[in-house]
Write a protein that binds this ligand. Structure first.
Ligand SMILES: Cc1cc2nc3c(=O)[nH]c(=O)nc-3n(C[C@H](O)[C@H](O)[C@H](O)COP(=O)(O)OP(=O)(O)OC[C@H]3O[C@@H](n4cnc5c(N)ncnc54)[C@H](O)[C@@H]3O)c2cc1C
Length: 321
């Protein structure tokens, strides 16, 4: 049986591990975190219901269901009706659920094991080791561009079914109702993310101090593929996130599916993934700039309400109606 090492037990690494095991490989999943910390990472885990096409999401992982989003431009609020709806998930519970599944299905899970070099004793290695991927670095590949994502939580019941987004020149701020908490956050390319987030909260008279943050690769700068016939990259490690929101879970799962389907033909994986994403990334990056420009400078041109697929949006069509 051919042996595969997966580096990184995030959502993408776990998905790849399970699917490759089902395909008959002997799979070893490594993560530097211990089991109790595995699900802990700065991430809102706000994802469309498409996640259920890939992984099982028990109801107790769902903190809230989101029907849409209000984009608060200075002089106009645009309502996006999410189609499909979104789920606010407990990342910790979701990861623990996937971990049980991996163990039940015979994946060798090795936690508390930081990988320092690409392991040589496996037939194949998949780097799912997140935005600061060691696998990517050891392969000598280019680094992605990064934004910073930062969150802060306020203890307050809020079961609203919509999120709020506040665009700024260098990104956006958000507010997500998580049932027992309200999450505020910022995604920005500015180095002043913390000041910007705290300033925003202060203006709204919201008291919050303990921020958590992490790097978010910006796929507008292009995806990164390994040319090594034994080693592949997937998820944040390949720099794949939605360029307008930084969301990487659904797109990462699509890429993971292409990887598993073509495994171990990494050239085919690259071809299929490029074919699927490249135009979407370009379109998303341009359209995001366009919508922000119109929203800030000629907001009356934007419609009040838009039926919106937040994973694969068509930004242009709604603007033409
Ligand atoms: C503040 C913030 C909010 C976000 N909100 C959302 C959101 O609402 N929706 C969404 O879709 N996306 C969101 N994202 C992005 C999302 O978190 C990532 O796209 C997604 O988690 C990527 O999954 P992954 O499995 O590729 O990597 P990760 O989840 O980063 O997993 C990588 C794993 O690899 C392990 N690892 C790393 N190096 C090594 C090593 N050398 N040896 C062993 N193990 C290693 C790490 O411990 C980690 O467990 C957000 C990001 C941030 C920062």
């Amino acid at each position: 049986m051919q042996k595969v090492a997966i580096i990184g037990g995030g959502i993408i690494g776990m998905y790849v591990a399970l699917k490759l095991k089902e395909k008959g490989f002997d799979v070893f999943l490594f993560d530097k975190k211990q089991e109790k910390d595995l699900g802990i990472k700065p991430c809102s885990t706000l994802v469309s219901e498409r996640i259920r096409r890939f992984i099982s999401v028990p109801d107790d992982c769902v903190e809230n269901v989101i029907d849409g989003c209000k984009i608060n431009f200075p002089k106009k609020i645009v309502e996006l009706d999410f189609n499909p709806r979104h789920l606010v998930l407990s990342r910790d519970k979701l990861i623990q659920e996937q971990l049980s599944l991996l163990k039940e299905n015979g994946v060798n899970v090795l936690l508390g094991r930081e990988i320092k070099d690409i392991p040589s004793q496996y037939d194949y290695v998949v780097g799912c080791d997140g935005p600061m991927s060691l696998t990517r670095r050891k392969l000598g590949l280019k680094e992605p561009q990064f934004k910073i994502g930062m969150q802060v939580f306020v203890e307050k019941q809020d079961k609203a079914s919509f999120t709020n987004v506040f665009p700024i020149k260098s990104g956006f701020l958000w507010q997500i109702p998580r049932s027992n908490f309200i999450e505020y956050g910022i995604l920005t390319s500015s180095l002043k993310s913390k000041e910007m987030l705290l300033d925003f909260l202060e203006k709204q008279k919201i008291e919050a101090k303990n921020t958590v943050s992490g790097p978010v690769p910006f796929s507008g700068a292009g995806m990164i593929f390994s040319k090594d016939k034994r080693v592949a990259l997937c998820g944040d490690a390949m720099g794949l996130t939605k360029p307008w929101s930084g969301g990487g879970i659904i797109w990462g799962l699509y890429a993971a599916d292409f990887l598993v389907r073509n495994f171990p033909d990494f050239e085919k994986y690259e071809k299929e993934t490029r074919r699927f994403f490249e135009f979407k990334i370009l379109k998303g990056a341009i359209a995001n700039k366009l919508v922000n420009l119109i929203g800030f400078y000629i907001p009356f041109l934007l419609p009040q309400k838009i039926n919106y697929d937040n994973d694969f949006p068509d930004f242009i069509k709604p603007l033409l109606i």
